[in-house]
Structures are given as structure tokens and as C-alpha cells.
Write a protein that binds this ligand. Sequence first.
Ligand code: NAP
Length: 495
Amino acid sequence: MNNVNPKSLIVIFGATGDLAKRKLFPSIYRLYQKGKLSEEFAVVGVARRPLSNDEFRRYVSQSVEDSTKQELSDPSFVSRFYYHSLDVTSAASYQELKTLLERLEETYRIPGNRIFYLAMAPEFFGTITSHLKSEGLTATNGWKRLVIEKPFGHDVKSAQQLNKEIRQSFSEKEIFRIDHYLGKEMVQNIEVIRFANAIFEPLWNNRFIANIQITSSETLGVEDRGRYYDHSGALRDMVQNHMLQMVALLAMEPPIKLTTDDIRNEKVKVLRALRPITHDEVDQYFVRGQYGRGFIRGQEVVGYREENSVDPQSNTETFVAGKLMIDNFRWAGVPFYIRTGKRMTEKSTKIVVQFKDVPMNLYYRTSEHVHPNLLVIHIQPDEGITLHLNAKKSGESMKTTPIKLDYCNNCIDGINTPEAYEKLLYDCMRGDATNFTHWDEVAASWSFVDPISEVWANTKAADFPNYEAGSMGPKKADELLQKDGFHWWPLNGTM
Ligand code: NAP
């Protein structure tokens, strides 16, 4: 691990797809520009449609230019891209791919280090990995790594089956399961904020924290992902992976060292300590929503059931709010509220840590109330932290006023935060699996989520659609916190 310019051959399955175009090629380009790739690297794109190397290189250039909004300054970058047309379901065509990989490894003096990046629908994962092994592509002199996209199964059973299939060809240490939230700068910053600041860690427990709120809201609807999304829904698409990963990072114990295994062990312990929700308790802890028509920034938009490739009677949730309890010494009694949805008021991912009130309000005669202290971690699009405190109101005798201490990570001139995919690809090349999800985390997350999705799949939501596009979700999501005497902190302006 940690060799600075890793020598590797990257094979991207699904190279003509949306993910490769929008995220992977631009990320490889940025790594190249920053000098993070050695001279010994090449990329092979794989998909069914017939393309020549030149056509593929033009396609890659275009994707980079679309992303950087600039003309590609160094055309030698794309000369390292090759294309191989192949139907991944046909074993026979893998032999030609093998020959191509061997030839490129010789040309670019790559010592047999191969990354197989599966940017394709998950139904192909098992087939591809089994063919990679049976046709000898995994038998290499260097290292081999498999990168797979979400979703990893649709419940614990299907995830176990998928894991069994890919483990026939790759060991757990060779599997890099992408959760792109783990590549985000401020998600990676959660650990540093917690473990490098003496003022937070002593307070980071049920004696001083009243609740923690995590919101990930989007203004977009399902766009052209209706076919996938209508079978997935917000619980599987966002909660099982991204939201629970953020909960784990916020709640874990300090790792013994910052090694991959030590951090993952602590995260897994949190996921295992989540209080299981039985079928009967789902309504008590979780709220589902589906957007109807409404307005986003003044523009009228259609309801979910009217979107392309969506069942007009769809029972799929586009919004989830939930209350999670972590039954361990540190967190007993502290609710973690999560909320995520499409077509909400604004695009924002934020974590709000609400501290408990001071034991006694000395200022109640002069001020309406003393505001609770909040630590807000802005994940996206803003990146930074805000600490909400109380101070004396200028001039007025002993009246309190809330003040904010702000740190904005992406406002500083010259800091251009690397894209999550750029960091994750680089980590994978260096063999650092810290910011990828281990199988134990995947299994524990599905085990938590499964009872909820079972209940929702088997009961029709009579009130769907139950929130207007452009709102912050259904009323019941607010009631979930009101029952405990809390409310969602607003995401805009005041935060
Ligand atoms: P996509 O746009 O539908 O692309 C699918 C790719 O697979 C295309 O390149 C297609 O090319 C290729 N393909 C399909 N069947 C094939 C076959 N039998 N043999 C060989 N190639 C085949 O999908 P995507 O949006 O890029 O998503 C890819 C994966 O990333 C999925 O697992 C998705 O859930 C995940 N993901 C995507 C995003 C995103 O922003 N797009 C975000 C997070 C996760 P041909 O038609 O030429 O064969």
C-alpha cells in the first residue's frame, strides 16, 4: 500500500455507460493531471457496442471536456485508452480481452496489476467475476482488485448470494465495494473532527448529546432512472448504504489505529448495535413518503407516479425518515434521526449534532430561551462545519443571542476538493480499502433494513403521494421528532 504512483491496468466494464462518462473518465483525468498516475498505466473500456479505439478515445475526451468545461490540453492522456467490445455473458470473448490485457501490460511495463471496475448493472457482477476467473484473467503475476458499484443485493439474502459468487474469484481483501459518500471530503472529516479535537470527544456521548440528525435531500426527481428506482426506493438506494455509513462514522468508538481493519471493526460494531426494528414497530420508527406534483425553484414538476418508467400505481418510497437507536453504553437513549428524499426543497447533505441544554437557564428573565449548542457538519454542496453557541447581545444587559463559528472548506481560494470518485479510484490503486464497505458492514446494514422494506413492500401506502415536490417531506416525518420533544433543524439560511 501507499506507493505513490501505482502501476496498474484499469479495466472498466460498462465503459459506454453513464457512470463511466460522468465520473470515472474525468476522475482518471484529474489523477493524471495531478501526476498521481505513473507512466505505467492504461485503461481498457469494455461494453457491447462496437467502437474503434479512436472512437472510444474521442468519447473519453468528450466526457473529460464536459466535466472540466475546457478543451483537453494533453491529448497523450487518451492515447492510453483502449476499447474492447464484448458481451459479458459470453465466456468465449474473454479470451481476446485477456490477450489485449497481456499486450498492454507489456507495452506499458505494468507488472500484472489489474483493477476490474464493474460499472454495470449488478445482475452481471456474478457472471463477470466467474468468467474472469474461468478464462484466466484473474491469474496474474501482480495484484488484482475488483471494484463494484451499488446496489450490493436488494436484501440480506441476495447480498449473501452475490457475495458468495464473487468470492469464488476474489478474496474479501481484493473486493472494493464503492459507497461514494465515503469518498466525500467532509464524510472523511467526521473522524478528524471527532478524534483530533479535545473539545468534542469528551462530549460525544449520551450525557451531553440530545440527538443527532442526518439529512440528505435532493431536488432532482428520478430523472431517467425510473426503471431501477421503482424497484429500489429510497430505503435501499440511500439508507442501507450512505445514511448508515454516516451513522457508523458518527457513532463508532475511536479506533486503536487509523488502519483499515481497525476502523472497519469499529464501524461494524455500531451497525450491530443498532436496535433491530420488528415488523410491528416499523411505523413507530420509520416514515415513508412519495412526492406528488409541486414546484422546484418556481418550475412546476410532475409527481413520482407520472415519471417515465414508473408504475402509475407505484408503492415505492422516494422519501424516508427514521429514528435509530444504538444500544450501547455511549449512545443509549440518544436518537439518531435520518431523513433522505427526492424532490425536496434543496439539495443538501448535513449532519446536526444537538447538544443537551445547560442544566439551568440563568437568562430566562431576559432572553426567550437559550438556544441549544449545535455542531453542524456540512457534507454537500457546502463543505465545512458550523458551531452554534450563545453569546451576550451587544449593549443589552445580559440578553443572549445565538452566534455561529463557521469554517467553510470549499470557500478557501485554491482549494478544489477532489471528487469522491477520484479519491476512491486512487485509494483502490494504492490498495487502501478504508473508504470502501466491508462485507460485514453490508450484511449488518441489510439485516437492519430488511424488516422495514418487507413491511413496506407488503402494505400499500394509502396516503401516497404524501408530500409535495419542493417540500421537506411528509408531515409524519416532523411528528417523528415532535413525539420526542425535538424538531428538524432547518437546512438553509440559519444553519
Ligand atoms: P448504464 O448507463 O445503464 O450503463 C451500462 C453499461 O453496461 C453500458 O456501458 C452498456 O453498454 C454496458 N452493458 C450492458 N449490458 C452489457 C453486456 N451484456 N455486456 C457488456 N456490456 C454491457 O449504467 P450506469 O448508470 O453507468 O450504472 C452502472 C452501475 O453503477 C450500476 O450498478 C449503477 O447502479 C451504479 N451507479 C451508477 C451511478 C450513476 O451516477 N450513473 C451512481 C451510483 C451507482 P452497451 O449497451 O454498449 O453494452
